[in-house]
Design a protein around this ligand. Structure first.
Ligand code: F6R
Length: 361
């Protein structure tokens, strides 16, 4: 039933081109952006609050970049276990979005119940019959299909796809993008399933690096812009699967402390498409290399050409709209965690101490 795959995780990673295409078919039938109900009308909204746990939180964090840049709407993101304790002010002009694969996570549900009646509530869920879906004003399905491996993979990229479409809807409602710009962004999202499919081909190359990664005690992930939350997600995936200590940092933060950790034993994984921020990220990467750090650069062909020299490894991604690159670069992040865990001999689908659905606060 794993369709020839050794683990559920590898099956679920491989399914991403097809489930992402399902999301597009659902929300963009005939190329026309379609969201159910009018609860997702952004015209009367002046603030978005996004709440989730773990990988879902990183989806929200990526979406903050999209909603703020494309739709010019202020977005606050928080982990569900913190959200309600500071009694955040909410109003009828606030849209609160709760993101959960299972739809049963206790912290997220408690945060949602705190917000209920104070503002508009939407959820982005995989399990359509779940409590979180049932209790929200509007439940947007991510259509990833059942996710069995404890580590979230296809649910993450499907969450991102739904949230990206939502950002485009918000931009359209608020008139912050021209018709041509909207069309361009929709075309960029529509090209992602094929690009993700190409990205899957880097698996064997990552497998070749995995033995060395598996011997590390600490690994850093760096990203800038919307790739910063992806760096956080890459670190989470790696630590939960391989039990290697990993941290994600905003590339520019490195020099404010974490650079003290760098020596030849700490691999640094830089996730950087060749976008407008590339030069800055590369100079951060060179600071690492000057201190003997071992850099694995994940970039596109142009980025590899400009900055690949002297890196320990270079992983080449297809060219994509830099704004939506986190969807594409999620693939190598997942594969780095997967292959490193296999090299270490840990239980990929059932990591120690973790459960698929966390129903206690
Ligand atoms: C990480 C992972 C967890 C979940 C988190 C939230 O790979 O799977 O961090 O993302 O427990 O779960 P859901 O999305 O079901 O609310």
């Amino acid at each position: 039933e794993k369709g020839g795959h050794k683990h559920w995780m590898s099956k679920e990673i491989a399914e991403q081109p097809s489930v992402l295409a399902d999301v597009l078919a659902h929300y963009l039938p005939g190329g026309q952006l379609t969201f159910p109900g009018d609860a997702l009308d952004f015209t009367g909204i002046d603030r978005v609050v996004m709440v989730a746990c773990g990988t879902g939180f990183y989806s929200c964090f990526v979406a903050k970049y999209w909603l703020e840049t494309l739709a010019r709407i202020p977005v606050e993101v928080d982990v569900a276990s913190e959200f309600r304790y500071r009694e955040p002010p909410l109003s009828e002009r606030t849209l609160a979005i709760f993101v959960s694969q299972s739809g049963e996570t206790a912290d997220t549900l408690a945060a949602m119940r705190f917000a209920a009646g104070k503002c508009r509530i939407a959820s982005v869920v995989n399990v359509a019959q779940s409590t979180i879906a049932r209790e929200s004003d509007l439940a947007l399905p991510i259509l990833a299909g059942r996710e069995i491996s404890v580590a979230s993979t296809k649910a993450f990229t499907c969450q991102l796809m739904v949230l990206a479409l939502m950002a485009i809807k918000a931009a359209s409602d608020r008139g912050t993008l021209t018709q041509d710009a909207l069309k361009g962004r929709i075309a960029a999202l529509s090209s992602l399933p094929a690009l993700v499919s190409q990205a899957l081909a880097v698996g064997p190359q990552i497998n070749d690096l995995a033995q060395e990664l598996s011997e590390a005690h600490d690994i850093l992930f760096l990203g800038r812009g919307a790739m910063y939350p992806l760096a956080l997600e890459g670190a989470l995936k790696l630590k939960e699967l391989s039990y290697i200590h990993a941290e994600g940092y905003a590339s520019g933060e490195l020099k404010h402390g974490p650079i003290a950790l760098i020596d030849s034993h700490v691999p640094v994984i830089v996730m950087a498409p060749s976008d407008a921020l590339f030069d800055k990220t590369i100079s951060n990467m060179q600071e690492v290399m000057a201190r003997g750090g071992k850099v694995l650069l994940v970039t596109d062909a142009a980025g590899a050409e400009m900055a690949g020299h002297g890196c320990w490894g270079v992983i080449r991604m297809p060219e994509a709209d830099p704004m939506f690159a986190p969807v594409l670069y999620a693939i190598p992040a997942q594969q780095i965690a997967y292959h490193t865990a296999i090299a270490k001999g840990t239980d990929v689908d059932q990591p120690r101490n973790l459960a698929k659905s966390v129903t206690v606060e």
